[in-house]
Design a protein around this ligand. Structure first.
Ligand code: GLN
Length: 247
């Protein structure tokens, strides 16, 4: 059984990030892999089963402020321990920002993050706009350095700066972490952070399967996923990627 832990499902679900839950769930069901979804709200502890994917969607500054305290206690410590133990977590935009050290709002409030990634996020300057648009990213495979791509949509005011932390990938088109250093997202062990909404996973099936496989291999390192017919998903990817490349 794969357990999808949907962190703050009712608060952090900007631009349909719930589609990431649906994508993982369907790609398991299509393969006959038992899967369950557990919503983890304010004040509720995470309860890993050993075959888990944690999803942390995007949200407005207000929602991020409401849950930052909840993360600063035992839940944040639990999530850090899960990542250090090789657990799989995907944070998108506002969720991604709170996986770093802090997210500073335009009002100057520093919301404490979980500290999974060595990064921080600063507010946009008074004469800077939000970073909005479609994004195409080159994502190197850690082992083979094989290049794969992901496509999505970004809309964030925050500018994220990496410390001693690998990016998820390099921006081919769009803004990414901060619109200046060409990086997008962050990756450490099996923790993934990205600014890509869309939702991200339905149009990027290789990444969805990577999250599922990493989670199931924690219990059985010989586990393999049966291939699926991804013609529709790859068509959706190609149509947006072509549009992004054409600018
Ligand atoms: N509130 C954060 C920002 O504006 C994240 C927004 C989001 O999740 N799309 O940068």
């Amino acid at each position: 059984m794969l357990t999808i832990h949907h962190l703050y499902a009712d608060m952090m679900n900007l631009y349909g990030d719930r589609g990431n839950v649906i994508s993982i769930k369907k790609r398991c069901e299509w393969r006959g892999i038992p899967v369950e979804v557990v919503d983890v709200g304010l004040g509720e502890r995470v309860r890993p089963t050993g075959r888990d994917v944690f999803l942390f969607g995007g949200g407005q500054d207000r929602e991020q402020g409401l849950l930052a305290d909840d993360l600063s206690g035992s839940k944040g410590a639990d999530l850090r321990a899960i990542v250090e133990d090789g657990g799989v977590i995907l944070g998108v935009c506002g969720g991604y920002q709170l996986m770093g050290h802090h997210y500073e709002t335009p009002e100057g409030e520093k919301l404490p993050g979980v500290g999974i990634f060595d990064l921080h996020t600063e507010p946009r300057g008074p004469d800077e706009g939000r970073l909005i648009g479609n994004v195409l990213v080159d994502v190197p495979a850690p082992e083979t350095r094989e290049e794969r791509r992901i496509v999505g949509f970004e809309n964030h005011g925050g500018r994220t700066y990496l410390g001693d932390c690998e990016p998820l990938g390099r921006v081919v088109a769009g803004f990414g972490n901060n619109g200046t250093d060409g990086t997008e997202g962050a990756r450490r062990l099996n923790a993934y952070g990205t600014y890509l909404h869309g939702s991200l996973l339905p149009k990027n099936p290789w990444l969805t399967d990577e999250l599922i496989l990493n989670a199931l291999r924690r219990a059985d390192d010989s586990f393999e996923l049966e291939p699926l017919d991804d013609a529709v998903e790859n068509g959706a990817f190609a149509s947006v990627a072509d549009r992004v490349r054409r600018g």
